[in-house]
Design a protein around this ligand. Sequence first.
Ligand SMILES: CC(C)=CCC/C(C)=C/CC/C(C)=C/CC/C(C)=C/[C@@H]1[C@@H](COP(=O)(O)OP(=O)(O)O)[C@]1(C)CC/C=C(\C)CC/C=C(\C)CCC=C(C)C
Ligand SMILES: [Mn+2]
Length: 420
Amino acid sequence: MSFASSLIISPNVEISPSIFGFLDSVRDGSQILDSSRFFSRNRVANLMNKKQKRVNHSHSTELKYPILCQGGYGSVIAASMVANPAGEMAVSAEEKVYNVVLKQAALVKRQLRTAGELDVKPDIVLPGTLSLLNEAYDRCGEVCAEYAKTFSLGTMLMTPERQKAIWAIYVWCRRTDELVDGPNASHITPSALDRWEARLEDLFQGRPFDMLDAALADTVTKFPVDIQPFKDMIEGMRMDLRKSKYKNFDELYLYCYYVAGTVGLMSVPVMGVAPDSQASTESVYNAALALGIANQLTNILRDVGEDARRGRIYLPQDELAQAGLSDEDIFAGRVTDKWRNFMKNQIKRARLFFDEAEKGVLELNKASRWPVWASLLLYRQILDEIEANDYNNFTKRAYVSKAKKLLALPMAYARSLLSP
Ligand SMILES: CC(C)=CCC/C(C)=C/CC/C(C)=C/CC/C(C)=C/[C@@H]1[C@@H](COP(=O)(O)OP(=O)(O)O)[C@]1(C)CC/C=C(\C)CC/C=C(\C)CCC=C(C)C
Ligand SMILES: [Mn+2]
């Protein structure tokens, strides 16, 4: 893909010709972040009150915990509060993420009310900007088609406004991921991520840095999209820079929320909930979060060997130990019965998150369901492929064949016609 020329839309705003233009400006000194700020620690009583309130609040708040405790997973998936070595109770990742979900749902509800139930605001056209904006969105569409063809095809039924907005969000996420995962990843430092975050804040204030940012800046004026999930995704990238192992599922869950659950929270305000849906906004957000977590867990299970070769183990250390496995086994890539059993449980857990997500897709606007089903069906099949490879995810990459990918599209389409 080549983006030929650099454009200037105002004396201060340069539009970079490359989707990864930002990378050219990030080679600098590093700054170590304090990891302790990830877990805010509260007093027990405080937490107990909060938890009690949540349980009493509505049926939607019960969604997550029963699911997480199903099928013997109560002990594997994190409890909502954990004691730190000093005996204080700390907020678990699940609790922390759930609070973001509630906040996002409340924000959307409030904004929809004030906008008179309109979820798409009209264009504010300044002379000369509209064609540039269209060009920016077109480029987002091209990037999307290049990196995620099936998903991009799946957006075809969405209204043009929604489709463009999803493209813009996709491109911002892809660029963010590329910072730590792309060819220039070794040059990325925490302070580079700080600058990426400052740029995000600017675009939310209507001051985009380049053309692709301009598309997102426009999107966030039209849809009730909040900055928090975007900031959280950057936090996930920081986590990736400083961590190469995860003590338990609670830590991994937080990481999965940061890098993928956030995508669900960014997308729902654009995709919209079906007007006749009886579901609570919170439960739809919860399902969106679950799809992100499911996708990321699957991604991790698929890439165990590849990650190990980069010195990374995303699998929870305590669960590995319980299964009688060591880091050494992972680095050596030993496919043993212990490994197969361990993998069976990990796959089972990822599927629980997919099941949770399925309930929410039905509640989305009909025209938005297709790409979501496509993403869900395709990603879930990766788990089947890991099984088909007899759990050798060290040297065999589990991938969904082109034929199966093509078949997923009509299947996803058929599902998108189903009502709750
Ligand atoms: C309709 C739809 C699917 C919309 C989402 C589109 C969108 C904005 C995607 C952004 C994806 C992205 C680039 C995220 C950056 C971080 C990242 C790479 C996460 C991993 C994605 C897979 O990418 P890939 O296989 O290319 O991974 P590698 O970089 O090669 O390792 C993730 C595994 C996570 C992606 C998460 C989602 C697609 C979540 C989608 C959830 C929803 C759209 C919510 C749906 C709503 C309900 C109610 C279920
Ligand atoms: Mn990646």
